[in-house]
Design a protein around this ligand. Structure first.
Ligand SMILES: [Zn+2]
Length: 383
């Protein structure tokens, strides 16, 4: 088949990345998904992306029809671990604390969270900025009662952005932009919904630091920081912050609707070699984990995207999962027990399903006693 145009900027044709269709995939709500997707890079805007053909749309619909938020932890928002301390906080609270520290946010206003899910971001915002009026918009009303019970929430709007009345001083898109088939179009509509001077907050996975995210079947775009920054700038926003270290493995961008902003366009180098190197890394991770699992008494550290993907690639040949999140320990993942690192025997092998630097930090923290299981770190990440 001929390659289609870019779904971000409309240029084309995109360049297909060789070998991607040999990888099994995973859904963004952490379920194994079969191989067969396509990954491409746009030669103009450099956005790495899925090919949004009829098959992709059918797969995305099937995934969303069966969607469960945080199913392993029964609806509790995923925790972010500080690798130094092992302490957890919610991802939304961690992000917001940093935003409020780095960016001047007015003491009151009206805020909209697009793709608000069960209200994790709205709940965190309500606690940290209690004088704001809050609203959420979501494609279904599954969590309507939960969201509308959050202090400050005026209501949950169901449908697309056009169903939401009025203007806002802050609009957030957390783990939403990478799902949206027309990211530039939604950013233009957000521009129209913001008051002059209003803020846009985006968080998406950092595919450079976390290559496992290339394997999420329902993600339409796979962002690198310079590409995300240029996308938002191109819509007219003034970029206030664009960071890959506010939350580990995430890209955070804060921008302002500044009608006079005229920051010049930046010519981006090709990201194709970086994407190909990350797919090669994923193949090496898969081979490494397969070799280790053949020995038996084998566990995967983690119960999220990376561990779920490896579980699928290993055809389920996993004896247990390991997690430090108290809301997950003692439960099961695909029928296998989720154990605390403290309850592992010394003959076990545990593959750290994490990007390499985080895996090394975990091995240093948990493996220093020398009497526990063997913790296996993935190969070095490409530069
Ligand atoms: Zn493009």
């Amino acid at each position: 088949m001929s390659a289609p145009a870019c779904h971000v900027c409309g240029a084309g044709p995109v360049m297909l990345v060789a070998g991607y269709d040999g990888f099994r995939r995973v859904t963004s709500d952490c379920k194994p998904w079969p191989a067969g997707g396509q990954c491409a890079v746009c030669p103009a805007c450099q956005c790495a992306q899925a090919v949004l053909d009829a098959r992709w749309h059918a797969e995305a619909k099937a995934i969303y029809d069966a969607y469960t938020i945080y199913h392993t932890s029964h609806g509790v928002e995923q925790s972010v671990f500080d690798q130094a301390s092992g302490q957890a906080t919610t991802r939304s609270a961690r992000l917001l604390q940093r935003v409020l520290k780095e960016v001047s946010v007015p003491p009151a206003g009206r805020m909209l969270d697009i793709g608000c899910g069960n209200g994790a971001m709205l709940r965190a915002f309500s606690q940290l900025a209690p004088n704001w009026k809050l609203a959420g918009v979501e494609v279904n009303d599954h969590y309507c009662a939960t969201v509308q019970a959050i202090p400050g929430v005026e209501r949950l709007y169901v449908g697309d952005l056009d169903t939401v009345p009025g203007q806002f001083q802050l609009i957030s898109l957390l783990h939403a932009l990478e799902h949206i088939p027309e990211p530039r179009a939604i950013l233009r509509r957000i521009w129209d919904k913001l008051e002059p001077g209003g803020l846009l907050l985006i968080e998406v996975p950092d595919c450079a630091a976390n290559p496992f995210m290339f394997l999420v079947a329902d993600h339409s775009s796979h962002f690198f920081l310079p590409v995300l920054r240029e996308l938002v700038r191109g819509v007219g926003f003034e970029i206030l912050a664009a960071a890959n270290d506010w939350v580990a493995k995430e890209l955070t961008l804060v921008a302002r609707k500044s009608p006079a902003s005229d920051t010049p366009a930046v010519a981006l180098p090709s990201v194709l070699p970086a994407v190909q190197a990350r797919l090669d890394w994923l193949a090496a991770v898969r081979a490494h984990a397969k070799a280790m699992s053949a020995k038996g008494n084998f566990g995967l550290f983690g119960t999220s995207i990376a561990a779920t993907w490896l579980y699928g690639e290993l055809d389920g040949r996993v004896d247990f999962f390991v997690d430090e999140d108290p809301s997950r320990i003692g439960k099961t993942c695909f029928g296998h027990s989720i154990r605390s690192p403290k309850e592992l025997d010394s003959r076990a092998t545990v593959f750290l399903a994490l990007p390499t630097p985080l895996a090394e930090a975990v091995r240093t923290r948990l493996g220093s006693a020398g009497t526990g299981p063997a913790y296996i770190v993935p190969p070095p990440l490409p530069a």
